[in-house]
Structure formats: structure tokens, C-alpha cells
Design a binder for this molecule. Structure first.
Ligand SMILES: [Zn+2]
Length: 219
């Protein structure tokens, strides 16, 4: 039987929920193993707290959120890179070798990661890293991109194949999971919440579903 592990590579520990949460919940329901690799602890979102406190809080929230989303199907790993310094630390901490090992062992059928059009520099850095690594190791599966900070249409990619996932059954879980990220609530999430609904509804409407997530196949 074909291995159907799903691998997600993202910068912060709510990116996977915002970008691909409904889809992950759906795949978990279907029994697919899910591996989530988060590049940072997202510590700079709270400059006035002690770093350790934030890391603990965010990891706790994230574990709870991924549990809501995927039950016990998901394994979440943190690389602990410093936000804003991904490129340098990817090199220094031998991240390529680590991720390559995970890919070789788990043989994912699909990788989900950030879009190159996402304006957030950490998101862009992860996209570049994934594109380079999958190229280098000759990854045979599909690589899909999701958007976090930008809205849904982008001109550069309109000719790329799309993956449309009906998340009508799991959209509620996505919102619930997001709500577990309490420490993120004020700074980061308020401007995002409406866009999460907006995107799910528009994508759903365009594809004759209630709610949908759409991904571009970038490799
Ligand atoms: Zn992020």
C-alpha cells in the first residue's frame, strides 16, 4: 500500500492551522499520519515576556490545538530557530540533514508549506528551504503551498495546478484549534480571523462547497 504520510513545514505554530488546518483534520480522520515541523517557537510575538515562559505557553497551546485538529494522528516537532534568522540558522544547525532524514524515513506523499508570495520573511525562508531541499534530494511526492498572510488569489501562480479540499466537515475544528492559541490572540490573530472565514467561504463558493482550502502545487 502507498504510504500516505502528510508532512507540513511551517514557520510558527499556528501557521499550519491557518494554512492547512481543515485539510489536516480531514486527512487525520481518514487515518493518515501527519508530521508537523515548526521552525520557531514564535517567541518574538511577545517581546515583554521572558522567552522561556512564552516558549512553554506556545508549545502547550500548540499541542492542544494539534490534538483538536488531528487527534493522535499528528506528531509535532520544533526546530527552535530564531525568528528573522532562519536562513543563517538553517545552515548552522544542519536543518537540511535533519529534515532530509525525516523525509527519507516517513516518505510523505504530500508536503505542505508556505507560499513564496507570502510577505512574511520567515514564511518566505521556509518556502525557499523546502523548494531547495526537495529539489536536492529528488523528492518524488507533491509539494503544495498555502497562504497565511496574503489573501487567496495570486497572479504568478494562476497557471499552477491546484488542490481543492472540501473542509465543510472540519472547518469548525480549524477554528476551535485556532482558539487554543490564546497567547497569540491579541497581537497576531485578530486581523487574521476574518480572513480565515473569508478565504474558506470564497474558496468554498468558487468550488461549490460550503468551506474549502485551496493549495497550489509548486513541485
Ligand atoms: Zn507564521
Amino acid at each position: 500500500m502507498k504510504n500516505d504520510t502528510i508532512l507540513v513545514l511551517c514557520a510558527h505554530n499556528d501557521d499550519q492551522i491557518i494554512g492547512v488546518g481543515g485539510t489536516l483534520a480531514k486527512y487525520a480522520k481518514q487515518g493518515k499520519p501527519i508530521i508537523i515541523i515548526i521552525f520557531s517557537y514564535g517567541e518574538s510575538s511577545h517581546p515583554h515576556y521572558q522567552k522561556e515562559v512564552i516558549i512553554k505557553t506556545r508549545v502547550k497551546e500548540s499541542i492542544r490545538a494539534d490534538k483538536i485538529l488531528c487527534g493522535d494522528k499528528a506528531k509535532t516537532y520544533y526546530l527552535g530557530l530564531t525568528e528573522g534568522k532562519f536562513q543563517k540558522e538553517i545552515k548552522n544547525k544542519k536543518i537540511s540533514q535533519k529534515i532530509e532524514k525525516i523525509i527519507r524515513q516517513s516518505k510523505p506523499s504530500k508536503i505542505f508549506t508556505h507560499s513564496i508570495d507570502d510577505p512574511h520573511p520567515d514564511h518566505k525562508a521556509v518556502n525557499k528551504f523546502v523548494m531547495n531541499l526537495t529539489e536536492k534530494i529528488g523528492f518524488k511526492g507533491d509539494v503544495y503551498s498555502f497562504n497565511v498572510w496574503n489573501l487567496f488569489i495570486n497572479l504568478r501562480k494562476r497557471n499552477l495546478p491546484k488542490l481543492v479540499v472540501d473542509i465543510s466537515d472540519t472547518f469548525k475544528k480549524k477554528i476551535e484549534a485556532l482558539e487554543k492559541h490564546k497567547s497569540q490572540a491579541i497581537q497576531a490573530r485578530l486581523p487574521l480571523t476574518w480572513s480565515i472565514y473569508f478565504k474558506a467561504i470564497i474558496h468554498g463558493f468558487l468550488n461549490k462547497m460550503k468551506y474549502a482550502e485551496v493549495f497550489y502545487k509548486i513541485k
